[in-house]
Write a protein of this length. Sequence first.
Length: 155
Amino acid sequence: MNKKSWQEKLAGSKGLPKVEEITDKMSKRWGTGTVVIPAPREVDEIMKKVPKGKLITINEIREILARKHGATIGCPITTGIFAWIAAHAADEMAAEGKKDITPYWRTLKTDGMINEKYPGGAEAQKRLLEKEGHKVIQKGKKYLVANFEKYLVES
């Protein structure tokens, strides 16, 4: 069996996006209303639009998706997973010599933290962000972008 490439995973939509009611079990964490489970490509498209010098957080991506689909919230779990897939697909494309890749290093965790699960780990992203003029500070074992709120794209 051939393992799917990251780009294939990104292209597969598996019946997504879909908006569902937030069930009782989920409502303890997410409140009530509806949740959109985005398609991987939708998350990638939002990440792709973040210009050099700007940043976005997973929460902002979730807000954009919720608005787009008229849902109360964007699913925190799948949005995070699809951002991770988008990052690896971009890294795979770069390895193939493609230039127009998703600048995944500009997508931060909610609190401005660098996502150490992205290709190359936190160190690689720290370098890419610093190259774009961001100041990255270490906080314990993690890295975060200083004053990241100032650089967020308008969501």
